[in-house]
Design a protein around this ligand. Structure first.
Ligand code: SAM
Length: 344
């Protein structure tokens, strides 16, 4: 056989090492390295180690890893230890106060997704999520039995959803002309982050966020400083309770949590609440056979939920069974794609 090509070696090494890079990022984020270097750029490893209460040897390794991953810059100084500062990427996404901070999501990845992924082999063999193996708790409904069982886990989950929704919300909210809709209901709208983006993008739209009582009781905690009261919250269970009336139903990262049977139960309830001309807007990452992001996210759904990611065609097929047509998709190039369908 011919000698391996440099590019092939690089590609395979990056794939084998992907988990090390992820865990280095999670660890630096958990130890608040990026927040520290944002407020005090130019610290050396000894100073960072002292501030994050970690060993010097470990801190040096972690800082070097972050430099190699493009998260930190180091400045060499003659006869002195190098000093560190955040790169623009870290400043934008990893500093906890920034508008696009992914800190909450990264924490969820570290504390929940990482343990679940260590049982990926079982998830693939069994075709089910791995909460019981990873956390020793059996759950019938991951939201009600696992995430919302303790205040700490609930807030961590809500922060995770909030951070992704803030980064992707504007791209989803502005994907379509929604000027003919006056009222929307964001089913499973969590902290309201997506709903606030919809009201910002559409001045004539009011949005009701519908989510479980455990989530709605925390809504004030996530309320933005300036709001004009076009976002309201209603507590309920979208599988059991009556849905609020609206012209537009938003489902952002909802259908991917559930198997086909439950998706059909929910879509049938939405279809019953809709009159002709009402619409459903999905925000999901659509499987397309190419993008690693969607395919890996689908493994994440396998290990974490009862659902999976689906293709545009699968969503279209499911929606058409409930009388929704005129489908359009916008690939936003952000975390979530936007899909709209109109009730005929
Ligand atoms: N739509 C939000 C977003 O994109 O950021 C949150 C998505 S999160 C993956 C799923 C949401 O569905 C959670 O907020 C959860 O509380 C909510 N949810 C789960 N089961 C529900 C139910 N039976 N009734 C109402 N909401 C539910």
């Amino acid at each position: 056989p011919s000698e391996p090509k440099k590019e092939d070696l690089q590609q395979i090494t990056e794939l084998m090492d992907g988990f090390k890079a992820s865990k280095a990022l999670f660890t630096a984020s958990k130890l608040c390295v990026f927040d520290l270097l944002q407020s005090r750029p130019g610290l050396d490893a000894t100073q960072v180690a002292q501030e994050i209460k970690a060993s010097l040897k470990g801190t040096e390794c972690l800082l070097q890893a972050c430099v190699s991953l493009g998260l930190l810059k180091s400045k060499e100084r003659t006869c002195k230890k190098p000093v560190y500062e955040n790169t623009d990427l870290a400043t934008r996404f990893l500093v906890s106060g920034s508008p696009f901070a992914l800190h909450g999501y990264i924490q969820h990845c570290n504390d929940i997704v990482w343990p679940l992924f260590s049982h990926l082999e079982s998830a693939v063999r069994e075709g089910t999520n791995q909460h019981e193996k990873a956390f020793g708790k059996k759950s019938k409904d991951i939201f009600q039995d696992t995430y919302y069982n303790s205040q700490e886990v609930k807030l961590r989950f809500m922060n995770a959803m909030h951070s992704i929704a803030r980064v992707t919300g504007k791209a989803v909210a502005s994907a379509f002309d929604l000027s003919s809709y006056k009222t929307a209901c964001d089913l499973g709208g969590c902290t309201g982050a997506m709903a606030y983006e919809f009201t910002k993008a559409h001045p004539g739209l009011s949005v009701t966020v519908f989510d479980l009582p455990a989530v709605v009781e925390m809504s004030e905690h996530f309320q933005p400083l300036h709001t004009d009261n076009r976002v309201s919250f209603v507590a309920g269970d979208f599988f059991k309770d009556e849905l609020p009336k609206a012209d537009l139903y938003i489902l952002a990262r909802i259908l991917h949590d559930w198997p086909d049977e439950k998706v059909h139960i929910l879509l049938s309830k939405i279809a019953d609440a809709c009159t002709t001309g009402c619409a459903v807007l999905l925000a999901e990452t659509m499987l397309d056979g190419q993008r690693p992001y969607s395919a890996l996210q689908s493994l994440n759904m396998l290990a974490q939920t009862e659902g999976m990611e689906r293709t545009e065609g699968q969503y279209a097929d499911m929606l058409s069974k409930h009388g929704f047509w005129s489908m359009r998709v916008v690939h936003t190039m952000n975390f979530l794609d936007a899909f709209i369908a109109i009730k005929m």
